[in-house]
Ligand binder design. Structure first.
Ligand code: SF4
Ligand code: SF4
Length: 126
């Protein structure tokens, strides 16, 4: 599976809300797969990924909020000490995000400007 870096955060905070029905159904399926098969190999994408493929903000392979998501991606990469093209098990990436982002000030630093931040802040990691 290909994932852009900050989606390692969004997946763990997903509560069934999305941009539209198609996106939400697809994201639900991706989250279920990663929950049921945490050993799934994830490759760090530098652009649109397997979640973006069903997003209404994906304009011919590029995110319409590119500047915002690239800033979040870069900060997530730094926090997790990952690089584009790295491949790691999902459970490794997810646990690193919990330890190095959700449990620290990095969460606010990376996600504070996101429209979903208030919701994600209240959402516990299961
Ligand atoms: S605040 Fe935004 S970027 Fe951060 S985890 Fe939530 S949806 Fe993803
Ligand atoms: S296209 Fe943009 S808004 Fe949509 S899932 Fe991808 S990064 Fe997020």
């Amino acid at each position: 599976m290909n994932l852009r870096p900050h989606h390692a955060l969004c997946i763990q905070k997903f509560t069934g809300h999305g941009y539209d029905d198609r996106f939400t159904e697809h994201m639900t399926q991706v989250c279920r797969t990663l929950r049921d098969f945490p050993e799934t190999e994830v490759t760090v994408a530098s652009g649109c990924d397997d979640l973006c493929s069903a997003c209404p903000n994906n304009r011919e392979g590029s995110c319409s909020t590119l500047q915002k998501v690239e800033t979040m991606d870069a900060a997530t990469l730094r926090a997790l000490s990952l690089r584009p093209g790295d491949t790691v098990p999902w459970q490794t990436m997810a646990s690193a995000a919990r330890a190095k982002i959700f449990s620290t000030d990095e969460f606010t630093h990376i996600c504070g400007s996101c429209e979903w931040y208030g919701l994600c802040l209240k959402t516990p990691i299961i």
